[in-house]
Design a protein. Sequence first.
Length: 87
Amino acid sequence: MIEFAKMPDSVEKFAAILDATLKEVNSDYEAKRWKDIALQPLEVIVARPGLFHDWLARKGKLGGQHKVPRLSNTREYIESMLVLNNE
């Protein structure tokens, strides 16, 4: 999920370039993407403007003293952002 400052002309082309770049800079990613065996092609979901800010506000996490979640073992964060993105 990406909140673009400026929308690309083609989200599909952006996704292809992002995928190719990740393969170039991360050999582990490239190995897992080889022939789509371990990882399927990435999917870019366009986040509406202000989504991440709104999500943090809804969770009561706005402000300098709150840490932004970086990793999660569950889909809890992304699922809640997907719901908010469609509201």
